[in-house]
Design a binder for this molecule. Sequence first.
Ligand code: GZL
Ligand code: ZN
Length: 306
Amino acid sequence: TGCAGSSGGDGGGGDEVVTVGFAQTGSESGWRSANTESMKAAFSEENGFDLIFNAADNDAAAQIAAVRDFISRGVDAIVIAPIVEDGWDDVLQEASDAGIPVVLEDRTVTASDDLFASWVGLDFKKEGVMAGEWAAETFGDTPTKMVVLEGTTGSAPANDRAEGFDEAIAGTGIETIDSQTGDFTRDGGKTVMEGFLQKYGVDGIDLLYAHNDDMALGAIEAIEAAGGVPGEDIQIVSIDAVKDGMQALVDGKINFIVECNPMLGELAAGLVTDVLAGDEVEKQVYVEDQSFDQEAAAAVIDSRPY
Ligand code: GZL
Ligand code: ZN
């Protein structure tokens, strides 16, 4: 199996610099900032890389254009965190025709896995199941009105976190009364939650499932502005476990968080190095996630790297 854990190094053999184009989603959340930092640290000059970085501001068309630009510049390898799952077949085929290997990090695509060398990331469906199992254990048969702040429409995490959560709460008293995308941003979470609160009132909502901490943090602002107590009047379960989310958990404003580890840089750089060296690599490299309740968060918050 590919030694995906190997650090950067001179991918092309010898000590020539390896030029890598990295098409990042944008800078939509605290998670994304930590992921970008991890990628830039791994694809560093001292590790033998020349990184061309593009952040597509959550715009799928702009991200595909950035990948086309990398192809025309003849980079040695391309890394992508695909904003959405669909629409990748053509440009990935063009990269393949140009002999440029593609490694996916974080999110996945629906295109055939012949069109990319490897993917490293998290099991989003499992994250949804872990969040849903907490909700099922907490609310059980009690009639519970839930609203959902979905991630970016068409993104793998939004699709899979919804699927996993819904499977885990099947048969419980939890009813989804509304579900809308907040695009993984704080502002998005706040605006959509304001709409939910206008529609149902604080008393009409028992539980919020947010697909990431940034939207949960925006929703907390909206709940407090409406005179509600987040974590009590409306319980909140979220995913990512970034610093601000963990602080809200310690403060009792969020009740449970499933981690989604953004530190994927070393693994991605190892995969690029292996692929360029002609090594066999795993098609999928999964990183483990853990989960936190309020006391577990208090125990680790000072030692968290992001
Ligand atoms: C998940 C990642 C998601 C995070 C969000 O791996 O793609 O995108 O959960 C981020 O915070 O915006
Ligand atoms: Zn190897």
